[in-house]
Design a protein around this ligand. Structure first.
Ligand code: TRP
Length: 455
């Protein structure tokens, strides 16, 4: 395809919202709180913020410039910028990573649909924290319901992908992002005013660095990559649809700021509520789903219509936030198959959807019927999460930094960042220094440290 007949995002705000739509999702509202809970709270959050600033933003700019300069899917991008070299494997690994992420992400996205139904039926009324825990466990262990919801969710993703970039992706992001934000603020205010919420706020704000080990570092780095949609060519693919006057570094700052704000807000919803009703912060993937019904129940239980309204709104928006993320993951693989193998977009999308339904069913079943089958002591669901977020994404980020910092012609880097010299960019030297040295060395040290070689 030539430069001109590829689709484009229609407006500047559309570019930011679509990228932020990719970044903001279950990673912020579901994964960030449970990783924070597993890793001890405030200290984890501080390290996470450092990872976003030092690794996340520079690597996001790198992905943006690779995508926009090549105007191709992620594997095609390396093929264009580094023809005949092994670099295209970075793109291919990204496509594989996207499949694996969708393979469990869509399961959790499906759970949100079940919760919309629960909320609409005022199903949270009169239940205790223990009730929420047991009904959640029996739901995810059910062999049918979560799988059906997962399939439904992937079909919705499929439908939007087939409709194309501007109409589908951009429009949905423009409407739902601001709504989600407002609702999160309302819920955070409710949560921090619950009785006993103080302990949760302390958990979020008072760092205890004595608990920081290799695991915490790897967790924070993985969460930064996951939440910002980095390391697998997702934002690289989106940037291939950016306009040539999009300011790449500014967009990257904006997306990182929105994403971080949503994650921190989610923290202020989940932890005060969890401590208030005595749910352990390290409850893992179930944390969001057993804590939030409590917030609705306790804060609004006295006014049932309000409880129903707000809880339905919340789960609908959560599902939509997840949808703008699954779309971006799906798009990576669809664009790859479409452009590299000459499938029509529709056929490419069908193959991706079918593959993801297969993986999704396996990982959903691994939480119930297939619980005994573990690999390295993890269910398939946990394994997909661990391998993608903590290994594949940082590895992808490592190579993206090296590719941009060392391999790519600096003329291209400068042209893309400054939009052919029309923008003043103050961070150019710093950016190159980070991509050349800080990011690769930082990621390598965290990996090596986790393997226990530095102690
Ligand atoms: N960042 C999204 C979230 O927080 C998930 C996501 C979308 C993602 N695209 C990605 C994660 C690419 C890693 C890589 O929910």
């Amino acid at each position: 395809m030539t430069r001109n007949d590829r689709a484009n995002f229609g407006s500047k705000i559309g570019v930011i919202l679509a990228s932020a739509g990719s970044a903001v999702g279950l990673g912020n509202i579901w994964r960030f709180p449970f990783e924070t809970g597993n890793h001890g709270g405030a200290a984890f959050i501080l390290i996470y913020l450092a990872c976003v600033l030092i690794l996340g933003i520079p690597i996001m700019i790198a992905e943006f410039l690779i995508g926009r300069h090549s105007r191709a899917n992620t594997a095609g991008a390396y093929q264009k910028l580094a023809p005949g070299t092994l670099w295209r494997w970075i793109g291919r690994m990204g496509v594989l990573t996207g499949f694996l992420i969708l393979g469990y992400y869509s399961v959790v996205a499906g759970w949100t649909l079940e919760f919309i139904g629960e909320a609409a039926a005022n199903g949270f009324a009169g239940k205790s924290a223990a009730d929420f825990i047991s009904s959640f466990n029996s739901f995810v262990g059910n062999p049918w319901r979560p799988v059906l919801w997962m399939v439904l969710f992937l079909l919705a993703t499929h439908f939007i992908i087939v409709k194309g970039v501007e109409k589908g992706i951009e429009k949905s992001a423009k409407i739902m992002m601001p709504m989600l934000f407002i609702l999160l603020i309302i819920l955070a205010v409710c949560s921090v005013s619950l009785p006993g919420a103080g302990a949760g706020i302390e958990f979020l704000l008072k760092p205890d660095f004595s608990k920081v080990d290799g695991n915490v570092l790897l967790g924070a780095m993985g969460q930064a990559f996951f939440s910002l949609s980095l390391g697998m060519g997702c934002l690289c693919t989106y940037a291939s649809y950016f306009r040539s006057d999009t300011n790449l570094s500014k967009t990257s700052f904006n997306v990182a700021a929105i994403d971080t704000l949503v994650a921190v807000l989610a923290g202020f919803i989940i932890f005060p509520a969890a401590f208030s009703v005595g749910i352990q912060p390290d409850a893992g993937p179930s944390l969001l789903f057993i804590t939030l019904p409590n917030v609705f129940q306790q804060a609004f239980g006295g006014v049932p219509w309000l409880a129903v309204l707000l809880s339905v709104m919340f789960y609908v928006l959560l599902a939509l936030a997840a949808l703008t993320s699954t779309i971006s993951l799906h798009e990576v693989a669809t664009a790859y198959l479409h452009e590299e193998f000459d499938f029509t977009r529709g056929k490419a999308a069908k193959l991706v959807t079918a593959g993801c339904i297969f993986l999704g069913a396996l990982s959903s079943l691994s939480l119930g019927a297939g619980k005994e089958y573990t690999i390295f002591g993890m269910t398939l669901f946990d394994l997909f999460d661990f391998v993608t977020a903590k290994i594949m994404l940082p590895t992808g980020g490592f190579f993206i930094a090296i590719f941009t910092g060392w391999y790519l012609d600096k003329k291209i880097v400068w042209e893309e960042i400054s939009n052919d010299g029309t923008l003043k960019v103050h961070i150019y030297r710093l950016l190159l220094f980070i991509l050349k040295f800080i990011a690769p060395i930082g990621i390598a040290i965290i990996f090596i440290n986790e393997l226990g070689l530095l102690r």
